[in-house]
Write a protein that binds this ligand. Structure first.
Ligand code: C2E
Ligand code: MG
Ligand code: MG
Length: 282
């Protein structure tokens, strides 16, 4: 079934409204507060069933640039409409949108974001861009131009899946980033059973955190699934984390309910936030 998916299926799915965005919270490790939400696309096709996101994103990224642009336009409009709805009920968390590095190398991408920010009257601090990089960046100057412009508009830039590319350090020196997200494979390696691997990953991650601190860049741990991993990322000095332990990506109605309930709970008394999020997300 997987290999049957084509660019045409993806285009039809956008046109027919078969895709939705789910949202996963990020939590600050010092305050325990929810500091942002990552928007992640979900596609349920009546013909193909639930389509694996990473799989169809890979097909999309190898498609014609006009389809890539159409998809990112849909994601941005959908998220902006949701941000406005949330603002109306007093929810003003930064919403992070995944943008493929391939599209971020296009001038059209900058024009799209600028015009939608204007049309929807979105404050640049209400959203951020996660640079997802499934194949390496071909034109560093072009992506630098787009990201520098977005950065100067006040939009938060996050380098996603950090550590998974041979060029991660080059990206860190050449691209304007507020945040790096350490890939799940590294978060999980921090407490893995293979002592030698665990030890080298700990050393690598510690050095990245120290380097990021000196550069004034925040570090997020992706894919935290266990308490042991949470303790480890707290000990190592990560700024925030994301993962199933706190909450998986969930539909908009559920995340809204969770944020509002968490807020009223915080207003009435204080204790650790994690259990509450886990209980609702379960
Ligand atoms: P990503 O941006 O690194 O997103 C994190 C992925 O890890 C998501 O997979 C999320 O569901 C999953 N995840 C989160 N916490 C945990 C955890 O604790 N354990 C495990 N095992 N997984 C966790 P998902 O939603 O399947 O997305 C896969 C990738 O597809 C994303 O990786 C991103 O690169 C891409 N993607 C998703 N939505 C979009 C989008 O709207 N636009 C673009 N361009 N790419 C997208
Ligand atoms: Mg991401
Ligand atoms: Mg990631």
């Amino acid at each position: 079934m997987k290999s049957d998916i084509t660019a045409q299926h993806i285009e039809d799915a956008i046109d027919k409204g078969e895709m939705v965005l789910h949202y996963q919270p990020l939590s600050n490790l010092t305050s325990g507060e929810i500091t942002g939400l990552e928007a992640l696309v979900r596609w349920h096709s009546p013909k193909l069933g639930q389509v694996d996101t990473a799989h169809f994103i890979k097909i999309l990224e190898h498609s014609d640039i006009s389809l890539i642009a159409k998809f990112h336009r849909w994601v941005t409009i959908t998220a902006f409409e949701q941000i406005l709805t949330w603002q109306e009920v007093g929810i003003s968390l930064t919403v992070y949108l995944n943008f493929s590095a391939r599209y971020l190398q296009e001038r059209d991408c900058l024009n799209l974001i600028k015009s939608l920010v204007q049309d929807y009257k979105i404050s640049p601090s209400w959203f951020g861009i996660e640079v997802t990089e499934s194949h390496s960046i071909q034109d560093m100057k072009a992506i630098q131009f787009v990201l520098t412009n977005l950065h100067s508009m006040g939009i938060m830039i996050s380098l996603d899946d950090f550590c998974t590319s041979y060029c991660s350090l080059e990206y860190l020196s050449d691209l304007p980033a507020h945040t790096i997200k350490i890939d799940r494979s590294f978060t999980q390696g921090l407490t893995c059973d293979n002592f030698q691997r665990q030890n080298s990953i700990n050393i690598i991650v510690e050095s990245i955190i120290e380097m990021a601190f000196k550069l004034g860049i925040e570090v997020v741990a992706e894919g935290v699934e266990t308490l042991k991993q949470l303790e480890k990322v707290t000990f190592l000095g990560f700024d925030s984390y994301q993962g199933y332990l706190l909450c998986p990506p969930v539909p908009v109605e559920l995340i809204t309910q969770m944020i509002l309930r968490e807020r009223s709970r915080r207003d009435s008394y204080t204790s650790s936030s994690e259990s509450m999020w886990q209980a609702i997300a379960a």
